[in-house]
Design a protein around this ligand. Structure first.
Ligand code: ADP
Length: 160
């Protein structure tokens, strides 16, 4: 059984994340989307809301599980018996951080491999932080996130 984890903040999940998950499920028997609890102290969505939005967004995929974790990613990978950590790579800006993190994780646990995937070109500019910013300025995010996420954002930032 090939298990991979896809860790991240997912605050909130976007079409970019979903694109990566849809690619990952074709390569692994099970993909665990792992919401990290150790993000900033006042996230727009709490961990439960983030997990709930992911669950609704990946309903169409049957080898995906949603979980949350805290602490080292590689420790969590061991805990769930995953041999791969999936990360998405957008433009060059992701590379330096992801490169360092992948090598650090390897030095912490040789048996876990980081696998990078690139999303469809339509999503290379999409990030959760940009989505939050656009929504807070009452811009249209319907091309960037699933309808259920867009609705949640409008509840927080009502349109005029
Ligand atoms: P983190 O705080 O761990 O970076 P994110 O939720 O921002 O959490 O991202 C989780 C993973 O998904 C990261 O590997 C990130 O590069 C990737 N990712 C985020 N947005 C996109 C996107 N639009 N296309 C592809 N990968 C993405």
């Amino acid at each position: 059984m090939k298990i991979a984890i896809y860790p991240g903040s997912f605050n909130p999940i976007t079409f970019g994340h979903i694109d990566i998950i849809e690619r990952a499920v074709t390569l692994f028997d099970e993909v665990i989307v792992a919401v990290s609890k150790n993000t900033d102290k006042s996230p727009l969505f709490n961990e439960k809301e983030r997990c709930e939005m992911i669950k609704m967004s990946v309903k169409h995929l049957d080898n995906v599980r949603v979980d949350s974790f805290e602490g080292l990613t590689v420790k969590y990978a061991d805990f769930v018996k995953a041999k791969a950590v999936i990360r998405g790579l957008r433009a060059l800006s992701d590379f330096e951080f992801e490169f360092k993190m992948a090598l650090m994780n390897r030095s912490l646990n040789e048996s876990v491999t980081t696998v990078f995937m690139m999303p469809d070109a339509r999503y290379t500019h999409v990030s959760s932080s940009l989505v939050r910013e656009v929504a807070s300025l009452k811009g249209d995010v319907s091309q960037l996130v699933p309808v259920l996420v867009a609705k949640k954002l409008i509840e927080i930032f009502p349109l005029d």
